[in-house]
Design a protein around this ligand. Structure first.
Ligand code: DAH
Length: 365
């Protein structure tokens, strides 16, 4: 239990996303990436994977954090980062929330896909809801011994790397250059990130590692077994592979977007339709002495009022008053519609709404 946080910090605009199921619509780019990963594992020799893509996004906080060994003081538990439905229940912030319970049910090789929720900044690649896929593969003691491996962990690590290098080659092309980077996750040891060289840039595509034995143990997996796990972000992959420039596009019903994608065709390059000009509005305020209004708080106020018309929220100025010591923050909001031109009056009204909402918590300048 966390002290001093609101019992519920989920705005209506975020609740409204529950059940949208972008990852279950065959012609949607998010679902197409999911399907491509399914096809890769179906055709490989890494085992037969159970696919789960309809597990509810509202989960016990214990499943989201404790069951995957997220430390009690980890930042991700803070209500600044995670949506709490109540003190004990969250909107999952990663699909790792299903690792323990799925193992407990007896699954030993599975792929869990779903919508995940995080309080975050507003820009072209961050949105309060996005999609992840979690993969887990357990090797019972007999299996890794029969393969002649030195240890279960060594066997899991070798197979993990082979599987994910194969997946990267499938998605990015056979010649794609990849590299492994050491990482830290509470649920795995060792942990890695896989990066792919794409159009001259190293892109992080997923996190993974050898599952902490304590997770397997508590989920009732037989002693002596070892496992690998990975988690990948589907928007990230879709944006790169299809050339989709803004994460808000995944949520549009505009036929100029939706008609460009067909199940099975990973060669599609998104062709942008006319981009309307953005409109910038600044708002400055004094931080209250007691508690700070964080960037995530400001972003949420803007997103709640402007919805997908909010393209970016950026802290453009911060200073401390030399005499009073008060702190001033100035945020710049970029408003832009993906599919139409915005009226001045409409933007002014939105910005007035933002100012009014902020003025309930801080003193505007
Ligand atoms: N849950 C991690 C995240 O959201 C991703 C991840 C990393 C999942 C490593 C895993 C893993 O299963 O082994 O950033």
């Amino acid at each position: 239990m966390l002290t001093g946080h609101p019992a519920n910090n989920v705005p209506e605009s975020v609740y409204a996303k529950l059940g949208a199921g972008l990852h279950t619509r065959p012609d949607h780019p998010i679902c197409m990436i999911k399907q491509a990963v399914y096809d890769f594992f179906d055709g490989g020799d890494f085992g037969a994977f159970t696919k789960l893509d309809d597990l509810p996004a509202i989960v016990p906080a214990t499943a989201n954090f404790d069951d995957v060994l997220v430390p009690a003081d980890h930042v991700s538990r803070s209500p600044n980062d995670t949506y709490y439905v109540d003190d004990e229940t969250v909107l999952r912030c990663h699909t790792s929330a299903h690792q323990a319970a799925t193992l407990q049910k007896g699954e030993r090789a599975f792929l869990v896909t779903g919508d995940v929720y995080r309080r975050d900044s507003v820009d072209a690649s961050h949105y309060p809801v996005f999609h992840q896929m979690e993969g887990v593969r357990v090797y019972e003691e007999g299996e890794w011994k029969a393969a002649g491996a030195a240890s279960g962990a060594a066997h899991a690590e070798a197979n993990l790397k082979a599987a994910l290098e194969g997946l990267a080659a499938r998605l990015f092309g056979a010649g794609a250059e990849t590299r492994w980077v050491d990482a830290y996750f509470p649920f795995t040891e060792p942990s890695f990130e896989l990066e792919v060289l794409f159009r001259g840039e190293w892109l992080e595509v997923l996190g993974c590692g050898v599952v902490q034995p304590a997770i397997l143990d508590r989920a009732g997996v037989a002693r002596g077994a070892a496992a690998w796990a990975f988690g990948l972000g589907l928007e990230r992959l879709a944006m790169v592979l299809f050339g989709i420039p803004d994460i808000r596009l995944f949520w549009t019903d505009d036929a100029r977007f939706t008609k460009q994608f067909r199940a099975g065709d990973l060669t599609t390059r998104f062709s942008p339709y006319s981009k309307f000009p953005p409109c910038f509005k600044d708002v400055s305020f004094w931080q209250a002495d007691g508690g700070e209004l964080t960037e995530n708080d400001v972003c949420e106020v803007v997103r709640s009022l402007a919805g997908d018309l909010a393209e970016a929220v950026t802290l453009v100025d911060a200073f401390t008053h030399p005499k009073t010591g008060r702190i001033s923050h100035c945020y710049r909001v970029a408003y832009r519609s993906m599919d139409r031109s915005l009226e001045d009056g409409e933007i002014n009204e939105l910005q007035e709404g933002v100012r009014a909402a902020l003025s309930e918590r801080v003193e505007l300048r």
